[in-house]
Design a protein around this ligand. Structure first.
Ligand code: IPM
Ligand code: MG
Length: 364
């Protein structure tokens, strides 16, 4: 059965790294391993330039109808002046919200060949395999009120609202515990219950969920301590579950442990449909659009390709193919090919296209 992928390359390096995924899809289809049809649309600054919105209603419809959305990156200084509701990031946030992609999985894996590319010592990161499970449709990103008011005395007042309800915490914690069971059976729940009411509720609900998973070890950790422990001794973690904002920050820190932000993929998943079991999903690299290196063939396509591998795993149950793509990435790195961001002595620096082609060739 043909499966539909909706590609949203976005801005900056988004188009270059998506081109490598398109080549991979063509290769997989030609070899009979998959039967994907693709369509593509505009999101972010390019959508604003074309339609005056960060994503058009027509493209939202296509995203809602697809079996999976593959997303590149959005943003750039060019759109600094556009109204807040139409800024490039608004397109991504609308996709997350309207597709109800509440569960964001951000694995940070250190490939053996890259253990020396990390800013931390080799022994701290070698063999690292952690998973950040970030709540993605709630918290301070979406809470109301969210506004700046003019107080009329030369002062302004800005408000963002951090808000969580029980069901939102419950469902993301269950995702984390279910995944921990397929890994090393350890969940850390990170919040700021020492200063935030939303943190108090977060911890209360996380502990209730933990009681349903007695075989999984549960640890509470304050989010600031989690940031510190991630750079002190990251291998103590298996799964970290946390809210939207802390997850944003902690996943950038975790990404850097792997050598480069250009290495970290992510999956954003909705709830399984009660009838079909299918879930809405969007796959994107954790890094941004890197306008400074866009169009120069310097971008690292690995996070994008690894995000595609996550789509095979989580949307299409093609676990072997996901493993094969991930092994191909490891093999190419093992063979000494590097994009500029992960360049090391004795290795060969290659372009975005050369890296993509080498990974495809490895898949055979
Ligand atoms: C991420 C990004 C986004 C976020 C931006 C682009 C809105 O930083 O996916 O981590 O803050 O969630
Ligand atoms: Mg981020």
């Amino acid at each position: 059965m043909t499966q539909e992928l909706f590609l949203l390359p976005g801005d900056g390096i988004g188009t270059e790294i998506m081109a490598e995924v398109e080549k991979l899809i063509a290769h997989l289809n030609a070899s009979g391993k998959t039967d994907f049809s693709t369509d593509s649309g505009l999101v972010g600054g390019c959508a604003y330039d074309a339609h005056g919105e960060a994503i058009s209603d027509a493209d939202m419809e296509k995203a809602l109808g697809a079996d999976a959305v593959i997303f590149g990156a959005v943003g750039g200084a060019k759109w600094d002046g556009v109204p807040y509701e139409k800024r490039p990031e608004a397109g991504l946030l609308r996709l997350r919200k309207d597709l109800q992609l509440f569960a964001n999985l951000r694995p940070a894996i250190v490939y053996p060949a890259l253990a020396d590319a990390s800013s931390l010592k080799r022994e701290l990161v070698e063999g690292l395999d952690i998973l950040i499970v970030r709540e993605l449709t709630g918290g301070v990103y979406f809470g109301e009120p969210k506004e700046i008011t003019d107080l009329g005395n030369g002062q302004k007042r800005a408000v963002d609202t951090q808000v969580y309800e029980t069901y939102e915490i419950d469902r993301i914690c269950r995702v984390a515990f279910d995944l921990a069971r397929t890994r090393s059976n350890l969940v850390h729940s990170a919040d700021k219950k020492n200063v935030m009411k939303s943190g108090v509720l977060w911890d209360e609900v996380a502990r209730q969920v933990a009681a349903d998973y007695r075989d999984v070890k549960f640890e509470h950790i304050l989010a600031d301590n989690a940031a510190m422990q991630l750079v002190r001794n990251p291998k103590q973690f298996d799964v970290i579950v946390t809210d939207n904002l802390f997850g944003d920050i902690l996943s950038d820190a975790a990404a850097m442990l792997t050598g480069s932000l250009g290495m970290l993929p992510s999956a954003s998943l909705g709830a399984p449909d009660p009838d079909t079991g299918k879930r809405k999903a969007l796959y994107e690299p954790v890094h941004g659009s890197a306008p400074d290196i866009a169009g120069k063939g310097l971008a690292n396509p690995i996070a994008m390709i690894a995000s595609f591998a996550m789509a095979m795993r989580y949307s299409f149950n093609m676990v072997e193919l996901a493993d094969e793509i991930e092994s191909a990435i490891a093999a190419v790195l093992g063979g000494g090919l590097r994009t500029g961001d992960i360049m090391q002595e004795g290795c060969k620096q290659v372009s975005t296209e050369e890296m993509g082609a080498a990974i495809v060739a490895e898949i055979g």
